[in-house]
Design a protein around this ligand. Structure first.
Ligand SMILES: C[S@@+](CC[C@H](N)C(=O)[O-])C[C@H]1O[C@@H](n2cnc3c(N)ncnc32)[C@H](O)[C@@H]1O
Length: 246
């Protein structure tokens, strides 16, 4: 089975993994953080089995990897700690770590963290939300949000980017990847087969860029890649930003 990153089943490919169904209880759409945590707690092992715990050609095109490689070059090895924020099973964390960056993965889902720790020994993984990161001011030299702002409503992006600006050191780099649109919400029942309804936001790249600027982060590159992979129905956006020297 293949999913897109919003939890939609897009193709059935053997082997189909048996699922346990989880039902929505006490979680409402207004509490998007609780929903995100509950969904990814329920699906962490399946997610890692299907999507993998490494970046792969099923989910990343060469251009996508080029953005991550450019990020590595911009940050520079031995410069300090880099966060993969919303790391899931640690796919991008492992990519960055393998290229010499000192890396920490952060995710709100304990189950995801557990899967990431099992898959990537020697890499640090910690619990946290994008809007409440477990780091002091100026602690990171770089941050990657690889398809992790996709469940944050557009009107909450400002607080997320303010938090990213807080934890980034002056001169630190940020890389965002997300499905692009006009900010529309796409809600799916039974996301990842969990029984939960999860909402995915197709953020407008221009809105994201403006919101980054309002948070004091300077956009240095903004690219849209046309949908190419089986599961992609919208262009994919990649935005690099820098926290200007203060
Ligand atoms: C689609 S998955 C992507 C995971 C990983 N980056 C990857 O590419 O495989 C989205 C991940 O972002 C995390 N996430 C979503 N909203 C978040 C938030 N507000 N703060 C931190 N992590 C979040 C989820 O827990 C989940 O692990």
């Amino acid at each position: 089975m293949k999913w897109d990153r919003a939890g939609h089943v897009v193709a059935l490919k053997a082997p189909v993994i048996e699922s346990r169904l989880y039902r929505v209880c006490c979680v409402t759409d207004t509490d998007h953080l609780a929903t995100v945590r509950a969904v990814y707690d329920a699906t962490a092992e399946r997610y890692a089995q299907v999507v993998g715990s490494e970046l792969s050609e099923f989910y990343e095109r060469p251009l996508d990897l080029a953005f991550l490689s450019a990020f590595v070059e911009l940050v520079g090895v031995e410069s300090g700690l880099v966060g993969d924020l919303g790391c899931g099973p640690g796919r991008a964390t492992a990519f960055l770590s393998a290229r010499g960056l000192e890396t920490v993965g952060v995710d709100p889902s304990q189950a995801m963290l557990s899967v990431a720790r099992q898959a990537h020994h020697g890499i640090r993984f910690e619990e946290g939300f994008l809007s409440a990161l477990p780091f002091p001011d100026g602690f990171l030299v770089g941050a990657v949000c690889w398809y992790s702002i996709i469940h944050t409503p557009p009107d909450h992006l400002g607080e997320v980017f303010a938090e990213l600006g807080r934890v980034l050191r002056g001169g630190g780099h940020l890389l965002l990847a997300f499905q692009a649109g006009d900010g529309e919400a796409v809600s799916r029942d039974d996301a990842y087969g969990t029984g939960f309804t999860l909402t995915n936001y197709r953020h407008s790249p221009d809105y994201v860029a403006r919101t980054l600027a309002a948070a004091g982060l300077q956009v240095s590159a903004q690219t849209l890649r046309e949908p190419e992979l089986d599961h992609e129905s919208t262009p994919q956006a990649f935005i690099l930003a820098v926290d200007p020297d203060r």
